[in-house]
Write a protein that binds this ligand. Structure first.
Ligand SMILES: [Cu+2]
Length: 244
């Protein structure tokens, strides 16, 4: 990661977008390339089995690398995703391949933000607050993975009781109402009311958000609408944003 061009001098917001794009390319390039090969029947029995073992987490690292290399050679999946990143290509296929995954997603998010701040000479370290970003990422984890969501379909919308206890409840109370504000800004008819152990989120159907879609999206599909988290995380780390 340390050789990305964003380490140079472009404006921070543009840098963030570019970095997010690059991450998306990397994370989709590998598996997609492999799946594409499988779909085209290019993967023989042993490769398919290896793929299955890998998905189940049983594949030893050394074996995987050889198998991937053999399977991907000559395919266009990886090349398409990687664009002009010659260095990345060498990392994927060369003898001195190194790892790129940071570990947990929250760890990687913080690492990316810290790298951006360190690369920017204008960073005001007296305001930087990585602890606040960490707390928010814990909130995201709680709401995404631990909150209970009881959905009820109305005649003209969907009503979701989002509940939890302790740290999960704190996260629900912070994140869901803030997200409703974001939804309203992008034109959704949404509201949020307090419950003793959480909140009640209501979204009313519209022409652009029909009832069938709201039902299909459910709690988490509604929570991921918009793209405010990425820029907000950087602002939070810079101490310019306390809640969302
Ligand atoms: Cu967030």
């Amino acid at each position: 990661m340390s050789k990305f061009p964003w380490k140079t001098t472009i404006a921070v917001s543009a840098v963030l977008a570019a970095t997010v794009y690059a991450y998306a390319q990397i994370s989709s390039g590998g598996p997609m390339g492999m799946h594409r090969q499988m779909a085209q029947g290019g993967m023989d029995g042993s490769m398919a089995e290896m793929h299955q073992q890998m998905m189940q987490g049983r594949m030893p690292k050394g074996g995987m690398q050889g198998g991937m290399h053999a399977g991907m050679q000559g395919g266009t999946g990886m090349h398409g995703g990687m664009g002009g990143h010659g260095g990345m290509h060498a990392q994927q296929f060369g003898a001195a391949r190194t790892t790129t995954m940071p570990g947990q997603d929250a760890f990687g998010t913080i690492q990316e933000v810290v790298q951006i701040l360190q690369a920017d000479p204008a960073t005001d370290w007296s305001k930087v607050n990585i602890a606040a970003l960490r707390q928010h990422l814990i909130d995201m984890n709680e709401v995404t993975l631990r909150a209970a969501a009881a959905e009820r379909v109305l005649d003209n919308g969907i009503e979701i009781a989002v509940t939890g206890e302790g740290r999960t409840l704190e996260a629900i109370k912070r994140m869901v109402p803030a997200h409703v504000s974001e939804l309203r800004e992008i034109g959704w008819n949404a509201k949020c009311e307090d419950l003793p152990n959480g909140v009640r989120l209501t979204v009313i159907a519209s022409e652009s958000q029909p009832l069938a879609k709201l039902k299909a999206l459910g709690f988490m599909g509604i929570m991921v609408q918009g793209a405010h988290h990425q820029p907000h995380h950087l602002m939070m780390a810079k101490g310019e944003f306390t809640m969302h």
